[in-house]
Design a protein around this ligand. Structure first.
Ligand code: AMP
Length: 421
C-alpha cells in the first residue's frame, strides 16, 4: 500500500484523531453485534500503548432519516469499548464541541465523540425537494457543503495526527472520513491508515490487482443492477466468474431461456448479454447455475422442484441446485484466490440456504490448501457466519458498500485522502 500507516508515525504525547466504524446494530439500548468495535481494537490498543491521546469518532445508524434516537448514541459504543479494553473511556456529547474533553486527555487515555451524523453537515447530503426550484436547491446544497468544511475544520483542531480505520465508510467523502484531511494536511499533520484499513486494502487490493491465479470471483445476491460495475471490472481480472443468486436469472434471459416468476431485470438483459460476450472475448470462464431449486411461491413452505432448463410458468428460482454446487465447487477447489460477494440463493429461508452453505464450504477449503479466500462484505458475511466457517476464511471484509466499490475498481475517497508514503 502506498499510504502511510500507524507504523509510520510517532504517537507518544500526540492527540490522535481516529475515524472508526462503530456503526453497530443497537436495539432497545442493547448492542446486537460488537464485531466492528472489536475490529478496531488492534489500532486502539497500539495507539494507547504508544502513549497517544486517542480521540475516536464515528457515525451510528441513520439519524439523518430516522432522527436522533436512544439507539444511535455513541455512548453505548464508548461503554462497550471501556469493557473491552478494561480502562475508562471518556465521552463528549457533541462531536463539534469537544474542546474541553480533548484538552483533559492525558497520554494513553481515550475519548469517544458523539455520533458524527448528529450533524447533517457530516454527510452534507441534500436531495431536491418536491417543487423546490433549482436555484434554491443549489444554494441550500452549497450552504451544506460549506457547513461540512466548517465541521471538518473543527474536528481537525482536536488532532495532531489523523487516522482512518473505518473501511466501512471509506467509500464516502464525508466530513470525518475525507474532508477533515484537508485541514489536517494544511497544518502539516499526517493522515494515516489504521491497521484494519491497512488489512482491508491489502487483501482486497492484492486480490484484485495482483491475484495469485487461478483467480475465481463468486457473485450472487438479488439484483444485477446493484453489481453492474463489479461484473464489468472483475471480468478484466478473473480467470473464472461464478454468478448465482437472483442475479443469474437476468443472464438466463440473455441466453434466451424462460425464468418463470424468478427475480429478473428485463432492462438489464442487454447488459447481461454484453457481459457474456465480453467473457468469451477475454477467455474468462463464466459459470452460471446449471440447475436451480425452484419454488411455487416466495415462501419457506413453498413446493419445490429442481429445474434445469426453462422455468415452468409460476415457478421461481430461489437457490442453485446440486449440479451447480458441484460445478462451482470444482472451480473454487482449483482457485488460489477467491473473492465472494453475494449469496447463491435466499439463504435466510432454510429450504433455499443449501447452495450458499455448500459454496461457503468450498470457499473454506481454499485457505488450508494455500490459497486466499476473501468474503467481500454484506450478506455473504452473514451467510459465512451462519455456516460456522468464518474462521476458515483468509479475510472477511468489514465493509459492504466499500468492498463492493473496491471490486468495481473505484478509488475510495477515505483512502485517497490519506498521506502518501
Ligand atoms: P445483495 O444485497 O444484492 O447481496 O442480495 C442479498 C439478497 O439476495 C439476500 O437477501 C437473498 O435472499 C437475495 N437473493 C439471493 N438469491 C435470490 C433469488 N434467487 N431470488 C430472490 N432473492 C434472492
Amino acid at each position: 500500500m502506498n499510504k502511510k500507516t500507524l507504523r509510520d508515525v510517532e504517537l507518544a504525547g500526540k492527540r490522535v484523531l481516529m475515524r472508526v466504524d462503530f456503526n453497530i446494530p443497537v436495539k432497545g439500548g442493547a448492542i446486537q453485534d460488537d464485531t466492528r468495535i472489536r475490529a478496531a481494537l488492534p489500532s486502539i490498543q497500539y495507539i494507547l500503548e504508544k502513549g497517544g491521546k486517542l480521540i475516536l469518532m464515528s457515525h451510528m445508524g441513520r439519524p439523518d432519516e430516522k432522527g436522533i434516537t436512544a439507539d444511535t448514541t455513541m455512548k453505548i459504543a464508548a461503554d462497550r469499548l471501556a469493557e473491552l479494553i478494561g480502562r475508562p473511556v471518556a465521552f463528549a456529547a457533541d462531536c463539534a464541541a469537544a474542546d474541553a474533553e480533548v484538552a483533559a486527555l492525558k497520554d494513553g487515555e481515550v475519548l469517544v465523540l458523539e455520533n458524527t451524523r448528529y450533524h447533517k453537515e457530516e454527510q452534507a447530503k441534500r436531495k431536491q425537494k418536491e417543487g423546490e426550484d433549482e436555484a434554491a436547491f443549489k444554494a441550500a446544497k452549497k450552504a451544506l457543503k460549506e457547513g461540512q468544511k466548517k465541521l471538518a475544520e473543527k474536528l481537525a483542531t482536536y488532532g495532531d495526527i489523523y487516522v482512518n480505520d473505518a473501511f466501512g465508510t471509506a467509500h464516502r467523502a464525508h466530513a470525518s472520513t475525507a474532508v477533515v484531511t484537508e485541514f489536517m494536511k494544511a497544518k502539516g499533520a499526517d493522515c494515516v491508515a489504521g491497521f484494519l484499513m491497512e488489512k482491508e486494502i491489502e487483501y482486497l487490493g492484492n486480490a484484485v490487482e495482483n491475484p495469485v491465479r487461478p483467480f475465481v470471483a463468486i457473485l450472487g445476491g438479488a439484483k444485477v443492477s446493484d453489481k453492474l460495475a463489479v461484473v464489468q471490472n472483475l471480468l478484466e481480472k478473473v480467470d473464472t466468474l461464478i454468478l448465482g443468486g437472483g442475479m443469474a436469472y437476468t443472464f438466463f434471459l440473455a441466453q434466451g431461456r424462460t425464468v418463470g416468476d424468478s427475480l429478473s431485470e428485463p432492462d438489464q438483459v442487454e447488459y447481461a448479454r454484453q457481459m457474456l460476450e465480453k467473457a468469451r472475448e477475454k477467455g474468462v470462464q463464466f459459470l452460471l447455475p446449471v440447475d436451480n431449486v425452484a419454488a411455487d411461491a416466495f415462501s419457506a413452505d413453498a413446493n419445490t422442484q429442481i429445474v434445469e432448463g426453462n422455468f415452468p410458468e409460476g415457478w421461481q428460482g430461489l437457490d442453485i441446485g446440486p449440479k451447480s454446487v458441484e460445478l462451482f465447487s470444482k472451480a473454487i477447489e482449483n482457485a488460489k484466490t477467491v473473492v465472494w460477494n453475494g449469496p447463491m440463493g435466499v439463504f435466510e429461508m432454510a429450504p433455499f440456504a443449501k447452495g450458499t452453505m455448500a459454496i461457503a464450504e468450498a470457499v473454506a477449503k481454499v485457505k488450508p490448501a494455500g490459497g486466499t479466500s476473501i468474503i467481500g462484505g454484506g450478506d455473504s458475511v452473514s451467510a459465512v457466519k451462519k455456516s460456522g466457517l468464518a474462521d476458515q476464511m483468509s479475510h472477511i471484509s468489514t465493509g459492504g458498500g466499500a468492498s463492493l466499490e473496491f471490486l468495481e475498481g473505484k478509488v475510495l475517497p477515505g483512502v485517497a485522502a490519506l498521506t502518501d508514503k
